[in-house]
Ligand binder design. Sequence first.
Ligand code: ADP
Length: 495
Amino acid sequence: MVEMTDFLKILVVDDERDIRDGVERILKRMGYAVLKAGQGEEALEILEKETVDIAILDLKMPGMDGMELHQRIRDMDEKIIVIIITGYATIETAIEAMKQGAYDFIPKPFEPEHLRIVVRRAHEKLRLMAEAKALQAERARTLIDLDMEKSRIRTIVESLPTAVVVTNTSGEVVLMNPAFSRSLDLDVSAVVAGKKLASYVEDEGLCEMVLKLSRGELDAGGEPPSYELLVSDSKYLMARGQPVINENNECMGAVVTFSNITSLKMLDQLKSEFVAKVSHELRSPLSTIHEQLAMVLKETSVHETDVDQHLIERAKEKTHGLISLIGDLLDLSRIEAGGISHNIQSIQVADLLKSIVEFLGIRAQSKDQALSFEPPSGELPLFTADPMALESIFGNLIANAINYSPQGASIIVKAALAGNSIQVQVTDNGFGIAPKYHDQIFERFYRVKDDNTRYITGTGLGLPIVKGLVDSMNGTIKLDSDVGKGATFTVLLPV
Ligand code: ADP
């Protein structure tokens, strides 16, 4: 960039030596380097060898005149700024020269200040021209960089082994990679982006999740939302999405990745089948042992010592625990295999709850607990389900409330209609559960072990069974609880 202090070179061409020297003095004092020529040819020779920024030309010179020289200079280097010096008689010629591109003219005779003003202005013009050129170069460079960056990112996305799809705020696919087409068994060469996600994937649940993400309607914080989808007979994919948020915190769309979880699913299935088989095989002999122990206890109580009796009692308790564990495991495998609703009936949920509360009331009484049922204000609509499933859900929740509350606690079971769903709440004022365990307790075998619960026996399978059953009825289960504040489990089952 040319600055005022830059070392500019100015060529002065005038046949009058006094003027040449006078101009040179003024310009040198301004800090410029000055070259001089007494006529046109000499000026051109200098220009062949030197780079000049400004040329000051006298119009009237013997031989080549200023007009012709101006033309020759323009032919040589358009960037040189030409200033014409002229007597009054040739003003018109000067105007002509300006029309042809000369920058300015100075009529003779002139004051030094006039020359200085014109040269400063020419200098300023040079500076602006250099600045504009630099800016233009900068812009071109930025555009090239951007373009390179864009194509680099595109190449990386295309080469990713993981399936990726990017949508805009309307849920239209703006970018997808070949791995995505392959994962969904689409023809890689025929599929092009630009349409709604539903044009590529039929799964409604997935499309709905991605649309919500794209519109910024799903929370961006925490774990990215995920969705499991079945592509073909036995191909399972796990989709994970994240909204794309720009620097102004606006949602621009969503990016979704897909991973193949078929082998995990198969493994899980094998494991469930194995557990089911083993449980099934163990149940009968264990039940037999349990019964035999009960018999032994009954028959030998008179003869055996207290110690023996105590040992047999313990063995009977343990086998009972094992039998209920096996029962839970078999229930879980049935739920996982989707074979739970054999006996679908119309059920009056309030009646069913009342009978469960009555049945478990005996257990509550043994702990001096008040277990009560608060019936709905109006009649609940009939609910269609397998009564065993409902008994299992609410039986487990109420039994837990009894188990995890101290002597004298109170437990309330409420039923109501909430929109199109039946809502059942089981509330206790017992030990409560710290929020950090709220997700984990629904996992298989997870049990919270603290000073209050350490000595309470259980399998850690009750809540996974409850959750599996509620899910299979398209319902939801929610927990409000904290340590020392009791717990409320709310189940919503769509009618
Ligand atoms: P289990 O009762 O056999 O241990 P669950 O799956 O039914 O298994 O429950 C898992 C854990 O959740 C329990 O071990 C207990 O720590 C906790 N829990 C369940 N219900 C309650 C409740 N009403 N109050 C406090 N803790 C509970």
